[in-house]
Design a protein around this ligand. Structure first.
Ligand code: GUN
Length: 286
């Protein structure tokens, strides 16, 4: 049997519509539009595309969007000074530092990111937000795993009591994903490069999240019949060919639900960034 395909486009539109309702209520109450500033350092072409998409979505939604372009050779101190200026700007409710940083700054990535105050940290990367997520308190949650959870919920896929397996333990996806699933009463296993019997563990999952960064890593033998398979990977295997971490052709014959790549959870990330920006503004203004 073929899996139901969970379209990122359909769910992203629903989530943006939800954020728009909150945004309109906030503007009606305060007369102030939420503001998001994205900082991009250097000329990385993929990052420029991502930043343009974020800017365009803000404009469509009615969020004030500012993009700060900084030169490749900026010093750590100057970059931090830019962040601190935005921390103190009351018209800016959300700040996002686009990653990856240029090579010379990568060793300082955490130090720089943590200068964004937790209230404006729409990426949910600050340790205060990471800590709050792990103890189940309200906080800014990283956009990609939050988008995955919202998609499961909107698709009517029950999480409570289910076996969820997350492949990948990154700070941006794997770990927050595990915490979000745990908070919804799933039994959660996190697999990674040192995991023994990974295929067998994955095949026990009712909900399988692939966030491993390896093209078509998850094959049909690693998937339980009828499982919900969420593919967070985006891997370029040829100039014009993107694939996920899941072998879509074989897994879609076995899973109950599957997300495509492209056109899957990637689109939800921006929708959740809009939602986080509105929520950050709400918390700062009301
Ligand atoms: N680059 C790729 N994905 C992300 C993300 O989620 N946040 C930031 N800040 N940079 C990224």
């Amino acid at each position: 049997m073929s899996a139901v395909i969970l379209s990122g486009k359909v769910y992203a539109e629903k989530l943006k519509a939800e954020a728009k309702v909150k945004l309109d209520a906030l503007v009606a109450k305060t007369g102030i539009k939420p503001g998001l500033t994205v900082i991009i350092v250097g000329e990385d072409p993929a990052s420029q595309v991502y930043v343009r998409n974020k800017h365009r979505t803000c404009e469509e939604m009615g969020i004030n969007s500012q993009v700060v372009n900084l030169p490749q050779d900026i010093s750590k101190e100057e970059l931090i000074a830019n962040i601190e200026k935005l921390n103190n700007d009351t018209a800016v409710h959300g700040i996002l530092l686009q990653l990856p940083l240029p090579k010379a700054l990568q060793q300082y990535e955490s130090e720089i990111l943590y200068k964004i105050i937790p209230e404006k940290d729409v990426d949910g990367f600050h340790p205060v937000n990471v800590g709050k997520l792990s103890i189940g308190e309200k906080c800014m949650v990283p956009c990609t795993p939050l988008g995955c959870i919202k998609m499961l919920e909107l698709a009517g896929i029950d999480i409570d009591g289910k076996n969820a397996v997350v492949i990948g333990r990154s700070n941006i996806v794997g770990k927050p994903m595990a915490n979000l699933l745990l908070a919804r009463n799933a039994t959660v296993t996190v697999c990674h490069s040192h995991t023994k019997n990974l295929a067998q563990i994955a095949a026990s999952a009712d909900i399988l999240i692939a966030a491993v960064g390896r093209p078509e890593f998850v094959t049909a033998d690693m998937v339980k019949e009828g499982a919900a398979v969420i593919d967070v990977g985006i891997n370029r295997i040829a100039p014009k060919k993107l694939v996920g971490d899941v072998d879509f052709a074989s897994v879609s014959e076995k899973a109950g639900f599957i997300t495509p790549v492209p056109g899957g959870v990637g689109l939800l990330t921006i929708a959740m960034l809009m939602q986080n920006t509105v929520e950050a503004a709400q918390a700062q203004l009301i």
